[in-house]
Design a protein around this ligand. Structure first.
Ligand code: PLP
Length: 284
């Protein structure tokens, strides 16, 4: 792979970052993951806007212009010949040359890295045909989940708990209600109604969520933004998750209980198709 580090494109084995980088020592950084379909960037505008929001919430300056970010993403797609896959972008507070809890001065250059992941069957992933089985676990993350930081230890533990249980993902539960999945937003379907938690500092403001709720409203579904419990989800007609990496993923089982028929439901499948069709058309 050819990767990007601080303005330079180079083979991955030549790419290095300092041991003093605050991303490495303090998880002091933010990231974005953009999907690529037909060699084009999906919803990149949304990812750039959220990147700016994450940076500003952490008092970090933008690492470069938006045009440079777009050009860099496109160049990585080109250099790595990506038709379908993902681009990971990470911006950390840089390398102050030592370890300290205090933020370095604002003029220290950030560290920007980006790389591609080649996933030839991203749009027709086999998992979308069978759906995810999930377990619920307590949400023990910090209280600013709206900032997309690289502090991903607890979500990794959630994925490992799922793996150990022989399922695909974990949904986090706090104060009796589902917050979101380890790396996706969570929804249930009851009749013509799509229910998902409202935006707050409790969850990441998914870029896919924005688009899916818009397509749902356009397709005459009712959208209700409120918390729901695991029991309500188990008794719903359907459940699903959304993220840039999985688009709309049916969820067919929660804590060992089938949701609806226990198979991917028509609403999740329709929203997945709508999302893929519309976003492919709008890709840049
Ligand atoms: N929630 C969490 C915790 C995530 O990590 C992610 C994406 O990685 C999402 C939700 C979905 O966000 P998006 O649709 O922007 O990928």
């Amino acid at each position: 792979r050819t990767v990007y580090v601080n303005g330079t494109y180079l083979p991955e084995h030549e790419a290095t970052v300092s041991i003093f980088d605050r991303g490495f020592l303090m998880a002091d950084g933010v990231y974005e993951v953009t999907s690529v379909l037909d060699g084009k960037l999906i919803d990149f505008d949304g990812h750039i806007k959220r990147l700016h929001r994450s940076l500003s919430e952490l008092d970090m300056a933008a690492p470069c212009s938006d045009d440079e970010l777009i050009a860099m993403h496109r160049e990585l797609v080109r250099l790595n010949n990506i038709d379908q896959g993902m681009i990971y972008l990470q911006v950390t507070r840089g390398n102050p040359g030592d370890r300290s809890f205090v933020f370095p001065s604002a003029d220290l250059p950030p560290t920007i890295v980006a790389f591609t992941q080649d996933i030839p069957n991203l749009a027709d992933a086999p998992a979308a045909k069978t759906g995810f089985r999930v377990i619920s676990i307590p949400d023990l993350r910090w209280d600013r989940r709206d900032i997309k930081t690289v502090q991903l230890l607890y979500p990794s533990m959630g994925k490992m708990a799922a793996k150990k249980a022989g399922v695909d993902d974990s949904w986090f539960v706090e104060d009796g209600a589902v917050t979101e999945g380890t790396s996706n937003n969570a929804y249930i379907v009851k009749g013509n109604r799509i229910i998902t938690r409202a935006l707050s500092t409790d969850i990441l403001h998914g870029i896919t969520r924005v688009a899916v709720l818009r397509f749902a409203a356009e397709a005459q579904f009712e959208v209700e933004e409120r918390p729901f419990t695991i029991e309500e989800a188990q008794g719903a007609d359907e459940a699903f998750s959304t993220a840039a990496s999985i688009f709309v993923m049916p969820v067919v089982e929660i804590d060992g209980k089938p949701v609806g028929t226990g198979k991917p439901g028509p609403v999740a499948q329709r929203l997945r198709e709508l999302y893929l069709d519309e976003m492919r058309k709008a890709a840049i």
